[in-house]
Design a protein around this ligand. Structure first.
Ligand code: ZN
Length: 278
C-alpha cells in the first residue's frame, strides 16, 4: 500500500498528539513516522515528562514537521494574580515552542464566569499584547482559536471566527492569526465569509478537523472522526482553499470511545477517514 502516490496523499496530514492520548510523545512520533504521517501538533502536557530539548531531538530524529504547540492562552480571570501567572505560563509556552521547532502556538483564550464576556475579551486582548513581543523575538506565531459558544462561560470568550478576526485585525501583527477548528465553527452562517476575510488578511494559520457526533454525549470528549458526524468537511475545506490556505489538515479528536481502542488500529482508521472525508 505504501506507493509514492499514497504517501503524497498524506502530505497534508497532521495529527494532534491528544488524538492518541494514551501515547506519550515518543510513541506518537514513532507511530506517526511508521504510518507515513509527517505532521504533528504537540500537546503541551507531554513536555512535562521529557524536556523540550529531548522532545526536539525525538522529533528531529524522525523527520517530523512540527505544526504547532497546543496550547497557550487562558488569559482571563477575576483575579489579577492569576492573570499574571497566565502571562508567565504563556511566555514559557513560547519558549517551549521555539525549542521544539513549533512555528505556532495555539491559544485557547479563556473565559471566567465571574465576569462579563466583554471583560474577558479585554483581558484576552491585553494578554496577547503582553506576550506578542516574546513571540516575535522567538519567531513563534500565535493563533487565536475561537471555541464553540457552549464553552463561552469558562474556556473561551471568543466564540466565532468573526470575533477572532476582529481581534487579530485590531492587534495587527503578522505574528497573530487564527486557528479554524471545524468542531467549533461549522454551524456559523458567516463561516464562509469570515474564512475569506481571514485569508485576505493573511491570518489563516491553522485548520483543525474532526466531526460533530449526533447525538453528542459529552461536549469535550465525544468528538467524531471525520465522516462520523454531520459536518460538511468537503465544503469547509473548499472555503479554506479558496481563501488561500495551503497548510496541514490537523486531526484533533478527543474521544473516550477512540481512546479506549487499540491505538495502532485507530491510527489506520484516522488515515482512512482523512483520505475519505477530510
Ligand atoms: Zn482545535
Amino acid at each position: 500500500m505504501r506507493t509514492p502516490e499514497n504517501i503524497k496523499d498524506f502530505s497534508k496530514l497532521c495529527i494532534h498528539t491528544q488524538t492518541n492520548r494514551p501515547w506519550d510523545l515518543r510513541r506518537c512520533v514513532e507511530e506517526y513516522h511508521r504510518a507515513g504521517v509527517a505532521g504533528i501538533s504537540v500537546w503541551r502536557h507531554l513536555l512535562e515528562d521529557i524536556t523540550p530539548r529531548e522532545a526536539d531531538r525525538i522529533l528531529k530524529d524522525h523527520g517530523m514537521d512540527v505544526v504547532s504547540l497546543v496550547r497557550g492562552g487562558f488569559f482571563t480571570s477575576v483575579e489579577r494574580a492569576r492573570r499574571e501567572l497566565a502571562i508567565e505560563d504563556n511566555l514559557m509556552a513560547i519558549e517551549q515552542a521555539a525549542t521544539i521547532g513549533a512555528p505556532l502556538l495555539v491559544l485557547v483564550c479563556g473565559s471566567d464566569p465571574g465576569q462579563s464576556l466583554e471583560v474577558s475579551r479585554d483581558q484576552i486582548r491585553e494578554g496577547i499584547l503582553k506576550i506578542l513581543p516574546a513571540a516575535e523575538s522567538e519567531g513563534v506565531k500565535l493563533a487565536i482559536e475561537p471555541l464553540h459558544p457552549m464553552y463561552a462561560a469558562d474556556r473561551s470568550a471568543i466564540s466565532t471566527l468573526s470575533q477572532a478576526n476582529d481581534m487579530a485585525e485590531e492587534i495587527n501583527s503578522v505574528f497573530l492569526g487564527v486557528a479554524v477548528d471545524v468542531y467549533h465553527l461549522w454551524w456559523d452562517p458567516l463561516l464562509q465569509q469570515e474564512i475569506g476575510r481571514c485569508g485576505e488578511m493573511g491570518k489563516l494559520f491553522a485548520y483543525h478537523v474532526c466531526d460533530w457526533n449526533v447525538p453528542l454525549n459529552d461536549i469535550l470528549n465525544d468528538r467524531g472522526l471525520m465522516g462520523d458526524g454531520c459536518i460538511d468537511l468537503g465544503q469547509i475545506r473548499g472555503w479554506m482553499e479558496d481563501a488561500g490556505f495551503e497548510g496541514y489538515r490537523e486531526v484533533e479528536v478527543f474521544s473516550d470511545k477512540y481512546w479506549a481502542m487499540d491505538q495502532v488500529k485507530y491510527l489506520d482508521r484516522i488515515k482512512r477517514a482523512y483520505l475519505e472525508h477530510s
